[in-house]
Design a binder for this molecule. Structure first.
Ligand SMILES: C[S@@+](CC[C@H](N)C(=O)[O-])C[C@H]1O[C@@H](n2cnc3c(N)ncnc32)[C@H](O)[C@@H]1O
Length: 287
């Protein structure tokens, strides 16, 4: 386990993932009934963008900094507000005082009646996570493998909620593990909302992944992708990522319309050379 999210915190892929995650949490918290947020690969919770990792790899400059410094049309500003409220204040360079990972985002957007279940296998990242989130009666943080924890947590007793599966993709078979995890979780909890993040590096491998996910036979699978175009190599990313995708199973009604507004704006903003592209499409039809 060499992956440290601090080298990538606040980059274009984080902005894309966290902006969509925030929209889903906003929808799910419209009803008073409690919900459970499950994060299988939680990371360190919050990231110091002035710290060593971010200084050695300042990917946030082409991610969150662009967003906070951009002029946002009214519709976009409304959609981004919950996310940017969780990000908090930033300096003149567009650097937030600290950047919230997915657990901190959930902590900010969920309510007292909700529960937050986090798995983080790396001991140092887990210690940072515990410190970043502080005392919070809604929280449970374990060091168990994220897929094992997912199997134990679903279905949650609230029968409402969101699962984020956001592994580091260090293992060559990680995409297959994600497929298997989704298949098992959907079999136990077909109505849960699931968000699966993935890097897209190889078009053939990604087509195989999408075919396998579609072949699970579940309806309501939404496909969101962003491509920011060619990226110059950096000290910690010799072949930097330019494309990332989310599969959202059982997205809240209305999310696709919001994604249709948000994704073109984010893509134009985050694409480095004007060669950006995005996808907002059903992988399997809604029912
Ligand atoms: C991409 S980062 C998570 C980022 C976080 N979800 C966010 O959006 O802020 C992946 C994390 O998974 C952790 N990890 C690696 N293998 C794991 C496993 N088997 N179970 C749980 N966590 C694991 C890594 O230590 C790393 O912190």
């Amino acid at each position: 386990m060499n992956y440290r999210h601090g080298f990538h915190a606040g980059n274009f892929a984080d902005v894309f993932k966290h902006a969509i995650l925030a929209r889903i949490l906003v929808y799910l918290t419209k009803k008073d009934a409690p919900l459970r947020y499950i994060d299988t690969h939680a990371g360190a919770g919050r990231y110091d963008l002035a710290g060593e990792a971010a200084q050695r790899s300042p990917e946030w400059r082409d991610g969150i900094a662009r967003v906070v410094k951009a002029r946002q049309p009214a519709e976009i500003a409304t959609l981004l507000r919950p996310y940017l409220d969780a990000v908090g204040p930033w300096d003149d360079e567009g650097r937030p005082l600290s950047y919230p990972g997915s657990p901190a985002l959930a902590q900010a957007l969920l309510r007292p009646q909700d529960r937050i279940a986090l798995s983080e296998a790396h001991p140092e990242e887990r210690a940072a996570l515990v410190a970043a989130l502080g005392r919070d009666a809604r929280l449970s943080i374990v060091g168990t493998d994220g897929y094992v924890a997912l199997n134990a947590y679903v279905p949650p007793k609230e029968r409402r909620g969101l699962v984020l599966v956001d592994p580091p993709y260090e293992a060559p078979d990680e995409a297959r593990q994600v497929e298997t995890a989704l298949a098992h979780a959907l079999a136990k909890w077909p109505r849960g909302t699931y968000v699966l993040w993935r890097p897209i590096k190889d078009a053939r491998e990604d087509a195989r992944f999408l075919n396998s996910i579609a072949a699970l036979g579940a309806p309501n699978l939404l496909r969101l992708e962003i491509d920011v175009g060619p990226v110059a190599p950096g000290p910690h990313s010799p072949a930097p990522l330019r494309r990332a995708g989310l599969i959202v199973a059982n997205p809240p009604y209305g999310l696709i319309e919001e994604a249709r507004a948000l994704m073109p704006w984010l893509t134009d903003l985050l694409a480095r050379t004007g060669e950006g592209a995005h996808v907002v499409a059903w992988l399997t039809p809604p029912v």
